[in-house]
Design a protein around this ligand. Structure first.
Ligand SMILES: Cc1ncc(COP(=O)(O)O)c(C=O)c1O
Length: 434
């Protein structure tokens, strides 16, 4: 094994031996080279004031070389903030500004040791790095039965982990922390589990209450006390879009440092929060370890980035940093929040109005971009087809009975028409029309 990787593993083993055991084979082997091209270039950037002939970019007149056809559309930005490679860990200032934002928005992180967020090529990439670092063939990845389908590819197909499902809701239509606990305790022989928590959840738009959140934390503590090493990943893709009286922050703060067998990993980013889906800016943050161990995990994370994409896109990191530092940012986000909340409320009002009879129920929702109908008498896929072919409406069929509706992309004034059409399509399918 490379001595640098060995050194990182030794740091983890000394301070947090259970966390060292959580690493996958790849996670153990990966490191960020200290003496490679990047470090020599970084050194030269500081000291080579006359000629810096280190890195593979081109320069002209003391600036990164660029084409006017590109720069003329980006003239608000200095070429150095657009064209140069961003560091593999991401723009330094963006990392600190994101951490500051995280601390303000998640009061329970206060007093906990957390790493500096590492910039990823958005959340999928962050999840994929977590999968590389911690998932080996046959490891259990515990997710609710309603989840974002891409977890299966990221952890199951790509790394050979075994997906373990528990019902998202219990019989009281609350978060099923007993189901999570059972799935976790079933991993006792393996001695390890990866738990993915995603609130607001895709697809049903649910965030637990504080009480339910604490039940989740307790379930994870029970598993840790039973001797299971648990990597808990909070996928906070839809963070901040909390429309009702649910938890208003990530469980990452509560999970960080709660037990020596629990590693808290926060995967979040600008994608959905800042409405910049195509920018591809996300972050990975580790919580609750010693500074040295947090730094070791950070270096392993950057090692995976260097080995896969080398570094994330620089322009979008610059755009996000600019937005986060702008004094208009908060007000503009607040405005969009109210639009989203207005849509969620309208959907609920329509569904509770009695207008749609007994054709469906809906899963509890209070946050995020989506809600899910549970169709009682017809197949979701048949309704989806009918909606597309007859009513020009697109929805997502999940399993046999669930239809996901993204109210995030329907104007509030059109929501009633949308649900009228869905209702009509359900009646059509029930009557045998296809
Ligand atoms: C729960 C969840 N996590 C992660 C992602 C991926 O986000 P990104 O587009 O930043 O990769 C999505 C996108 O749909 C999502 O729904």
């Amino acid at each position: 094994m490379n001595p640098l990787a060995q050194q990182l593993n030794e740091t983890l083993t000394k301070d947090n031996p259970h966390v060292a055991q959580m690493l996958s084979g790849l996670g153990k082997a990966i490191y960020m080279p200290k003496l490679g091209i990047l470090s020599q270039s970084a050194e030269a950037k500081q000291k080579a004031k006359l000629y810096n002939a280190t890195i593979g970019i081109a320069t002209e007149n003391g600036k990164p070389m660029h084409l006017d056809v590109i720069q003329e559309t980006l003239s608000a930005y200095d070429p150095k903030d657009i064209y140069e490679y961003a560091p593999p860990a991401g723009k330094a200032e963006l990392r600190t500004v994101w951490r500051d934002k995280m601390l303000v928005e998640n009061p329970s992180i206060a007093g906990k040791n957390i790493s500096l967020p590492v910039v990823t090529n958005a959340l999928t990439h962050g999840l994929s790095i977590v999968s590389d670092l911690f998932a080996d063939v046959g490891d259990a990845v515990i997710v609710p039965d309603k989840n974002w389908e891409n977890y299966e590819l990221t952890f199951g197909i790509r790394r050979g982990a075994e997906m373990v499902y528990y019902p998202l809701y219990n019989s009281d239509n609350r978060f099923n922390s007993a189901g999570l606990r059972d799935s976790l305790l079933a991993q006792k022989e393996r001695g390890k589990a990866i738990v993915l928590l995603n609130f607001p959840i895709n697809p049903t738009g649910y965030t637990p209450s504080l009480e339910e959140g604490l039940e989740i934390v307790a379930a994870i503590r029970d598993a840790a006390e039973a001797g299971i090493n648990v990597v808990v990943v909070t996928d906070d893709a839809y963070f901040g879009l909390f429309f009702e009286d649910s938890l208003q922050e990530s469980l990452f703060g509560h999970l960080s440092g709660m037990h020596e067998r629990v590693l808290a990993v926060k995967v979040d980013g600008a994608t959905k929060e800042e409405y910049v889906w195509g920018f591809r800016v996300g972050f990975i943050t580790y919580g609750g370890l010693t500074e040295a161990s947090l730094s070791a995990l950070e270096q392993k994370t950057v090692g995976i980035i260097r080995a896969t994409i080398s570094s994330g896109p620089h322009p979008s990191q610059t755009f996000i940093l600019h937005a986060l530092k702008s004094d208009k940012f908060e007000a503009q986000k607040e405005e969009k929040f109210h639009i989203m909340k207005g849509r969620a409320n309208k959907v609920k009002q329509l569904l509770d109005s009695g207008k749609y009879g007994e054709e469906w129920t809906y899963y509890p929702f209070n946050s995020g971009y989506f809600m899910c109908l549970k169709l009682l008498y017809v197949e979701a896929e048949a309704v989806r087809q009918r909606l597309l072919n007859t009513y020009e409406v697109g929805t997502i069929a999940l399993g046999t009975s669930d239809l996901r509706v993204a109210f995030s992309c329907i104007e509030e004034v059109n929501l009633e028409d949308l649900f009228d059409r869905i209702h009509q399509a359900v009646l059509d399918v029930k009557e045998g029309k296809v």
